[in-house]
Design a protein around this ligand. Structure first.
Ligand SMILES: NC(=O)c1ccc[n+]([C@@H]2O[C@H](COP(=O)([O-])OP(=O)(O)OC[C@H]3O[C@@H](n4cnc5c(N)ncnc54)[C@H](O)[C@@H]3O)[C@@H](O)[C@H]2O)c1
Ligand SMILES: C[C@@H](CO)CCC[C@@H](C)[C@H]1CC[C@H]2[C@@H]3[C@H](O)C=C4C[C@@H](O)CC[C@]4(C)[C@H]3CC[C@]12C
Length: 369
């Protein structure tokens, strides 16, 4: 693929290309992949910003479609050299049913794999998640672990269950013969908590802080480390993996890679303050202001309220037993596997990631006034 004879010859498909991560992958591909001839963007909801991309040298094809519909996926995949499958239902707040999460994340991924096999697409990059590993239901810490660190990955929540099943399907599909007889090459990227421009939960915390008079209240001990990675670096990893899969198929096929960069190890709340602080918010308390048992109680109460109110409205607050466990369990990554296997170095330094995210929050602030 590196031959100059093949310059501007490649067709890529990004599923979920209008999501938070997907948009960054799309923009990164257009900036950093000189061999791109056509970029297909497949999503349930197409963003208006796609229009501005259509004036460049690469043909941008927007496809409104549903990954749960095998025929729609097959039509989008046909003729693509590489598929980057980021589409998924990211729901840890009980907004959607477990069945729907399974349908989109697991059956949707199965449809993508089958479409590759049936139409002859050889390279598939899957956006998995740290949650495929943990934190597990026992709340055991994963302290600066890597892809080989032993950890009991046991889940009950529909979202991590679905991501784990989908990842397994993708890895097992590595080596399957696609139309034409050549082997499918797959791999999975596992981001930790992604942050950056477009991060909805950061926006929610920001607005919550504004409603509380510029304050947020510490709920989680500062000593609990939570892994975070900048969206631009996650997108860059996807671009690199997609590019290198053909050249290093034997090494990279069937592999998993955590997504990492130089973002500091901090608690979830302290990390958010790196951006919300410069935007005028203050985190009150050096220790959690409420005892942990009370948070557990409030989280359980939210589940009950969600269930009681379901016939009337969707009550989906940030705090529930699962999100509390996630925020309250150390889970951080320290690895260089991506560097060793495909030469990954973060494209954005921590300072730049931070500055970009702060600028984005400030713009959100401007637009909210
Ligand atoms: N946000 C994070 O912190 C994080 C961390 C680890 C992994 N991930 C994974 O990264 C991927 C992208 O997550 P995100 O945070 O950008 O979420 P997102 O919700 O912003 O983006 C997901 C996109 O998928 C699309 N989509 C959903 N259902 C679809 C369907 N049935 N058919 C077609 N498209 C559909 C949505 O419209 C959306 O544009 C997901 O697979 C998620 O599991 C996210
Ligand atoms: C107890 C609250 C007091 O402030 C804090 C609640 C925070 C939670 C809403 C978030 C804590 C950890 C987050 C998750 C994590 O960063 C990794 C994720 C993986 C990814 O695949 C999807 C998003 C998420 C589940 C992310 C969601 C929000 C948290 C649970």
């Amino acid at each position: 693929m590196a031959d100059s004879a093949q310059a501007q010859k490649l067709v890529y498909l990004v599923t979920g290309g209008c999501g938070f991560l997907g948009e960054h992958v799309v923009r990164m591909l257009l900036q950093q992949e000189p061999q791109l001839r056509e970029l297909r963007i497949f999503d349930l909801h197409l963003g208006p910003w796609l229009e501005e991309l259509k004036t460049g040298p690469v043909q941008v094809t927007a496809i409104q479609g549903d990954v749960t519909q095998a025929h729609e996926v097959a039509a989008a995949v046909a003729g693509a050299h590489v598929v980057i499958h980021t589409a998924g239902l990211v729901d840890v707040f009980g907004k959607t049913s477990p069945e729907t999460i399974h349908e989109v994340n697991v059956q949707g991924t199965r449809n993508v794999i089958e479409a590759c096999v049936q139409t002859g697409t050889r390279f598939l990059v899957y956006t998995s998640s740290m949650e495929v590993v943990g934190p597990n239901v026992k709340g055991q810490p994963f302290y600066r672990g890597n892809e080989n660190t032993p950890y009991e990955a046991v889940h009950r929540h529909p979202y991590p269950c679905s991501k784990a099943l989908a990842e397994q399907l993708v890895l097992e599909a590595n080596g399957r013969k696609v139309l034409g007889g050549l082997p499918l090459v797959t791999c999975a990227l596992r981001p930790t908590g992604i942050y950056g421009e477009g991060h909805q939960i950061m926006r929610d915390f920001y607005h919550q802080g504004l409603r509380l008079g510029g304050r947020l209240f510490r709920a989680i001990p500062a000593s609990v480390e939570h892994g975070r990675v900048y969206v631009g670096n996650v997108a860059w990893m996807h671009v690199l993996v997609a590019r290198e899969l053909e050249h290093r198929a034997a090494l990279m096929g069937g592999q998993v890679y955590f997504c990492y960069d130089n973002s500091p190890y901090k608690s979830y709340e302290d990390f958010n303050m790196e951006f919300l602080g410069p935007c005028g918010l203050r985190l009150v308390g050096t220790h959690p202001l409420l005892p942990y048992w009370l948070l557990v109680f409030l989280a359980a109460l939210n589940v009950l309220l969600q269930w009681l109110l379901r016939p009337l409205l969707l009550y989906a607050p940030l705090l529930n037993p699962y999100t509390l466990a996630m925020a309250n369990t150390t889970f951080t990554v320290s690895t260089d596997k991506a560097r060793r296997h495909f030469g990954y170095e973060p494209l954005f330094s921590w300072e730049e990631s931070r500055t970009r995210t702060i600028r984005w929050v400030q713009a959100v602030e401007g637009s909210a006034q």
